[in-house]
Every structure is written in C-alpha cells, then in structure tokens.
Design a binder for this molecule. Structure first.
Ligand SMILES: *Cc1c(COP(=O)(O)O)cnc(C)c1O
Length: 386
C-alpha cells in the first residue's frame, strides 16, 4: 500500500518499512556498521559510509517523512542538532523571525551560537500574523515557529503565518515536538520544514536523544542532506531502532496522553489553590478556535500557576509528588513535572521570561499514560501541602 494512502495508525507501523531483504527479519535490523562493501569504486547498494547514510537511519527517516506527509526525512543526534542544520541554510546578514515563547535551548543556540556568526534573530509574539509581516525585511530568510508554545501553551495559526511567509518568499519552519504528527501536520498547513525533538513523544520512552527534520521540496532536502553529511551531527543505528519502535505506538500513546491531559487540566482548573491553567483544550483559551482548526486534539502538556505566586509553594508541590517525576523533558509514557524558571527556561532573561508569563510559581506537566486516577490523587495530595 502506498504510504500516502495509509491512515495514521497504519503509517506509524508500516510507512517506509519493509522486511529486511537479506534475511526476512520483520523488524528493521540495527545496521551497526560504519562502512559498506563496494564491488568497484563507487559501485555499492546506496550506502557508502554511515555518516552519509545508514539503512536503520534511512528506515526511520522514511517513516518520519510519511508521518508528517512530507517526502524527505533527516535524523540527527539531537533536536538541537536538527535546528542547527536548519539555521545553517542561512549566511551572515540573514534574519530570522522566531516565536518569543519558545524552547529555551532553541533560544540559546540562536542567540549564543548563531548571532556571533552574524545571523540576526527577532523574537516576537506570533499570535497575530500581521505582526510578523511588520517584522519582515529584505534580509528575512526564515520564520521559526513553535506551537503549542513552551511552556505557555499558546497556539500559533500555522496556515496564517505560512501565507505571510509565502508572500514574502521566506521559509517557514515549525517545531512540531509538542503536537506530534498525531495532532497536527504543519506541511499540510503550508510550512516548508517540520522539526522534531524525537527525544520526546516520537521516541516516547525517555531513553534516547535524537532529532529530525521533514520537508517536501527536493532542492531544500538536497541542501539539508548536504549539511547533515558535512556537519556530521548524525545519530547511531541503535538509537534509530529505539525511535522506530517508539513510533509504532505513537497513536495509542497520544490518544491516552490527550484523554489524561483533559482530565488533569479540568481537575487543576477547579482546584482552589490554583491560579491559572494553560491548556489549549479549554473553550476560553485565547487561541482555542485555532487549536480546534489545526489540531486533532489538545495533547497532554499543561502548565499552571499557584495562588500567591510563591516559588517555595511551587517547590513544595513538585517535591511532594510521588507519581509525577521531577525532571526535564516531556513526552514519555511516564508523567513528568518541571519548573520552567529554574529548569528549561533558566537561559532566558528574567524580564523576557516574565513578559511571556513564565513566573515563579509556574509548573509544567507532561501528563503520561498512567491510570489518570493515580495522577489526579498525586496532584491532590501534593497541593494539600501549600
Ligand atoms: C527538547 C526540545 C528541543 C530540543 O531537542 P533535544 O532532543 O533535547 O536536543 C527542541 N524543541 C522542543 C520544543 C523541545 O521540547
């Protein structure tokens, strides 16, 4: 069956994959090799050296491309290595317009690695696409968007931004780590590049660090493959195997993440010690209509603040939780809790952070796929200490 005919729950298991031609192994083998036999110089079976290409990595890259409804997939040693490859499409003097409320590591690589090389970054709120248009200059080459945003769960209208990007001949890249292709497919909404931290929901089991890119355009893909091979931030075949295995249950896990997320979001909203709850599934979330339009469901990422906004109270709640683990990262089967101010967003200046709503008592949950009653009871008990 052609990849583009398969439905999502079939694609995660089959797209881009076939039994191993050498042995019939049903699961993609881990091709633990750096190099490949050539019958005569240049006469090989498509693989010459594993930085350039490896069959296990290729299977994952093809699978990922199919999930995002793209044509070309590329995998890297981490999500940040994938971002690094995208920014290397640019040169000194070029400008990037980025979401202001974005992953802390993305902010760090933009401002501390690429700005010294002469690439300029403007960080703006993208909830209003006309603001992006005002920020575009003749040097703007790329728009970098992340939706839902981290950790405030704002939703950016991908189709609206893509219209602006196309009008001004600017590339649009979307970090789809939070939503996953189960919830939204940015390429269908007009994006040129989709980026993933495969470390999160796609890997799904908190046991691997890896990143990926997907695009549709052949020339863009060729340039990205050139950068992948030339800069060399590739991933090993064992890690590719783990992500391939994780992806096979993506649809099942995401369904449960969404169900559990909904229960926990409503529980928190009705709790007397909680101030604000940020989750795009609430009908009064400021971007709920766009979320409903571009996403299939609302996910398991939730942030909330505690009444009185005390950091001590936030710390007390986080260290009293027994089922949720206090740790960075997200998207695994297990529930995690983190404190953006001291953990994921410590690299962002305090003023910029607070302007985006990232205040002292803000806590972010990655709601896992456990029995939701245990998650709710855990939060209830931890909140009784403040
Ligand atoms: C984790 C994350 C990244 C970075 O990915 P790594 O695999 O940790 O390098 C980028 N964007 C988002 C939204 C993330 O959550």
């Amino acid at each position: 069956m052609a990849n583009d005919k398969m439905r999502f729950g079939t694609k995660v298991i089959h797209a881009g994959l076939s039994p191993d031609p050498a042995t019939g192994a049903v699961m993609t083998p881990i091709y633990q090799t750096s190099t490949y036999l050539q019958k005569a110089p240049g006469d090989h079976k498509g693989f010459a050296y594993s930085r350039t290409g490896n069959p296990t990595r290729k299977a994952l890259e093809d699978n990922l491309a199919a999930l995002e409804n793209g044509k070309y997939g590329l995998c890297f040693g981490s999500g940040l290595a994938a971002i690094d490859a995208v920014i290397k499409l640019l040169k000194a003097g070029d400008e990037v317009i980025s979401t202001n409320d974005l992953y802390g590591g993305s902010y760090r690589i933009f401002t501390e690695i690429f700005e010294p090389f002469g690439i300029k970054f403007k960080f703006i709120s993208m909830e209003d696409a006309s603001k992006i248009e005002q920020a575009i200059t003749s040097n703007t080459k790329l728009i970098w968007a992340e939706t839902p945003t981290n950790p405030m769960m704002n939703i950016i209208d991908i189709a609206a931004i893509s219209e602006v990007a196309k009008k001004h001949n600017v590339l649009l890249a979307v970090d789809n780590t939070f939503a996953t292709p189960y919830l939204q497919t940015p390429l269908n909404l007009g994006a040129d590049i989709v980026m993933h931290s495969l470390t999160k929901y796609l890997g799904g089991h908190s046991d691997v660090i890896m990143g990926g890119l997907v695009c549709k355009d052949a020339a863009l893909a060729e340039r990205l493959y050139f950068i992948q091979n030339s800069s060399g931030a590739v991933c090993g075949p064992q890690d590719c195997f783990l992500v391939l295995r994780g992806i096979k249950t993506l649809h099942l896990r995401m369904q449960r993440h969404c169900e559990n997320g909904k229960v926990i979001a409503h529980f928190l909203r009705n709790h007397p010690k909680i101030d604000n709850v940020y989750w795009p599934g609430f009908e009064d979330h400021p971007n709920h209509d766009i979320a409903k339009k571009q996403m299939n469901d609302f996910g398991g990422m939730i942030s909330f603040t505690i009444r009185g906004n005390s950091k001590e109270d936030a710390y007390k709640v986080m260290s009293s939780l027994r089922v949720f683990t206090l740790a960075e990262s997200l998207g695994g089967v297990e529930s995690l809790v983190c404190h953006p101010v001291t953990m994921t967003h410590a690299a962002i200046p305090k003023k910029d952070r607070e302007n985006s709503g990232i205040i002292d008592s803000l806590i972010r949950l990655s709601v896992g796929v456990e029995d939701v009653r245990d998650l709710q009871e855990d939060l209830e008990a931890a909140l009784s200490f403040v």
